[in-house]
Design a binder for this molecule. Structure first.
Ligand SMILES: [Zn+2]
Length: 78
């Protein structure tokens, strides 16, 4: 699972490492449980840094961006 924008995994991002540590969880599991931008269907999330840089979009807009990214990725594999 990666941030759809910067392609960092939760364990590469200090904010999730710290929060996961406090919950005694793996960073991936923490994001799945507690990250509001995580979408299980796409297995993507948006880290806080990217979210703020995008201007704090709604979840609907994020899902649309995940869908576009997934489509593009699919097209690249053909
Ligand atoms: Zn990011």
């Amino acid at each position: 699972m990666k941030c759809f924008r910067c392609n960092h995994t939760p364990s590469e991002l200090p904010e999730y490492r710290q929060q996961a540590e406090m919950e005694e969880m793996q960073p991936d599991a923490y994001v799945r449980m507690d990250e509001g931008t995580y979408a299980s269907y796409y297995d993507m999330f948006t880290c806080t840094d990217c979210y703020v840089k995008m201007g704090a979009p709604s979840k609907d807009l994020l899902i649309a961006a995940y869908a576009a990214k997934k489509l593009k990725k699919g097209a690249e594999q053909i």
